[in-house]
Design a protein around this ligand. Structure first.
Ligand SMILES: Cc1cc2nc3c(=O)[nH]c(=O)nc-3n(C[C@H](O)[C@H](O)[C@H](O)COP(=O)(O)OP(=O)(O)OC[C@H]3O[C@@H](n4cnc5c(N)ncnc54)[C@H](O)[C@@H]3O)c2cc1C
Length: 202
């Protein structure tokens, strides 16, 4: 689709319609879109070494904050190096947060009953990204490794519809998507420019 990806290049500056990279090379560009990751917030009372990359809180295999017996952290705000499959921590994805939530709920019940909790092990169900109309990519575990194009796009729609809670949400979203597909009207992607404020008497 004409997209060129240059990994491992640090942007140093953007000047006079030119992106300047750390190695001195340049990319002429009238438009520059900068994206950045998320960073957690810090809390008074916790030590600096309670935090890892991106200010995510370091937790043990049971999502418990190290050195504390009664503070648990799940989702984007935590990081653990205890899962053998993810030695640098889990990706900040909805699946991780959901699976951690489910594991922690079960563990709290186990602890409450005087039983041993189970460590959190992330089950990677794969990744998908929608690219455009009729185009997506999917990287799935198991025998079907990679999908792309229209098949991946259908798979993306199916998986995301199925992930919504209750039939009503699934149906409403499906009808909204159907309408957007045929009318090509995407109200959620509207770019709103600030206009002139109307003066009194107009
Ligand atoms: C633009 C974008 C696109 C993404 N796309 C994907 C994707 O395609 N697939 C995917 O798997 N993941 C995606 N993610 C990541 C995914 O959204 C997160 O990994 C996931 O939501 C983490 O869940 P969480 O419960 O940890 O945090 P969140 O879902 O962020 O929930 C935290 C909640 O806490 C609330 N909160 C914060 N501070 C306070 C406070 N002081 N008091 C009370 N409430 C508070 C927030 O309002 C929020 O509702 C995307 C994230 C972003 C930003």
């Amino acid at each position: 689709m004409g997209v060129k990806i240059r990994l491992g290049h640090l942007v140093k500056d953007y000047l006079d319609d030119t992106v300047i990279l750390a190695d001195g090379s340049v990319i002429p560009a009238k438009t520059l879109i900068r994206t950045a990751g998320v960073t957690g917030m810090t809390f008074a009372g916790l030590e600096p070494d309670d935090y890892g990359k991106g200010k995510r809180l370091f937790v043990d295999p049971f999502n418990r904050l190290y050195r504390y017996s009664n503070i648990y952290v799940i989702g984007d705000t935590c990081i653990t190096t205890a899962d053998p499959g993810f030695p640098y921590g889990h990706p900040q994805l909805a699946q991780v947060a959901m699976q951690q939530g489910s594991r922690l709920a079960k563990n709290l019940l186990l602890i409450n009953n005087g039983e041993k909790p189970a460590p959190f092990i992330y089950k990677d169900k794969g990744s998908m990204a929608i690219i455009s109309r009729n185009k997506a990519v999917a990287d799935l575990p198991g025998t079907v490794r990679n999908l792309d194009g229209f098949v991946a796009w259908l798979a993306w729609i199916f998986v995301h519809l199925m992930s919504l809670i209750n039939i009503r949400n699934k149906l409403t979203t499906f009808l909204n998507w159907l309408q957007a597909y045929f009318t090509k009207d995407q109200p959620l992607r509207m770019i709103v420019k600030p206009g002139k404020a109307a003066s009194h008497g107009e």
